[in-house]
Design a protein around this ligand. Structure first.
Ligand SMILES: [Mg+2]
Length: 156
């Protein structure tokens, strides 16, 4: 398996990112860049609401890109007092949920399905602020020119 390149452009300290950063270093396979390059980056790590303890992890091409890494990461977040959740653009069909749960080895984790809607808005409508997003497809989180993207150094 080839290493994944994570993008993070946080300007201020972020403890939610620190957990991921440790996991990346421990993996000795994945790496980190602060340069936005859509041809190089595999997963975008976007800092959102600092007061939240929720970390939203995308499923397709994020968790599925290295399931063992993300299962360990989910564990690491839990043991450090964070609330890791899955947030996907998929619909909430029974087969989708079953497929995702099976890949996560039935680890109990909340799965949020935005059904193709922008994830940030969708989560806020559920009353959930997210501290950190981990996602291979940032346009799925919020539309172009949204504050979250520019705050994280992305100017699509
Ligand atoms: Mg994805």
């Amino acid at each position: 398996m080839t290493g994944l390149v994570f993008y993070y452009h946080g300007k201020s300290p972020n403890q939610a990112f620190d957990v991921l950063h440790s996991a990346i270093q421990l993996s000795e396979r994945h790496s980190l860049t602060e340069y936005y390059d859509e041809f190089l980056v595999d997963a975008y790590v976007l800092a959102d609401d600092k007061s939240s303890r929720t970390v939203a992890i995308d499923f397709d091409n994020t968790i599925t890109a290295d399931v063992d890494f993300y299962l360990n990461l989910i564990d690491a977040y839990r043991s450090d007092g964070w609330n890791p959740v899955v947030c996907t653009l998929r619909d909430r069909t029974e087969s989708d949920i079953e497929e995702m749960k099976a890949l996560l080895y039935d680890v109990p984790i909340d799965i949020y399905t935005s059904g193709g809607n922008p994830k940030q808005k969708y989560m806020l409508a559920q009353g959930i602020c997210v501290n950190l997003w981990i996602d291979d497809f940032f346009p799925g989180i919020c539309p172009e020119a949204c504050q979250l993207l520019s705050n994280n150094g992305i100017d699509p």
